[in-house]
Design a protein around this ligand. Structure first.
Ligand code: ZN
Length: 82
């Protein structure tokens, strides 16, 4: 069944942000979140320059800057959803 799993791996090798899994890494003291020009399933995609994590508003966690603050653009989005 090795061939089947390698086919699946190939299918996953896509740059389509709608299909690509989000990268979530443990954020460190370098975290610096930025809104990207990319949309994923209709949501704005954010990316952390510090650790390479990605975030969209439907995720069940909230990104934080190295300072511990929630990035203002993220806060605005979260408030808008309430
Ligand atoms: Zn980070």
């Amino acid at each position: 069944m090795a061939s089947l799993s390698s086919l699946r791996a190939l299918a996953r090798r896509t740059t389509d942000p709608d299909l690509a899994p989000l990268k979530v890494r443990s954020c460190r003291d370098l975290c610096n979140w930025n809104k990207t020009p990319v949309e994923r399933r209709g949501e704005p995609l954010f990316a952390c320059r510090g650790c390479g994590s990605q975030w969209v508003p439907s995720e069940h966690w909230t990104p934080r800057e190295a300072s511990g603050h929630i990035p203002p653009e993220v806060l605005t989005l979260l408030r808008a959803e309430d």
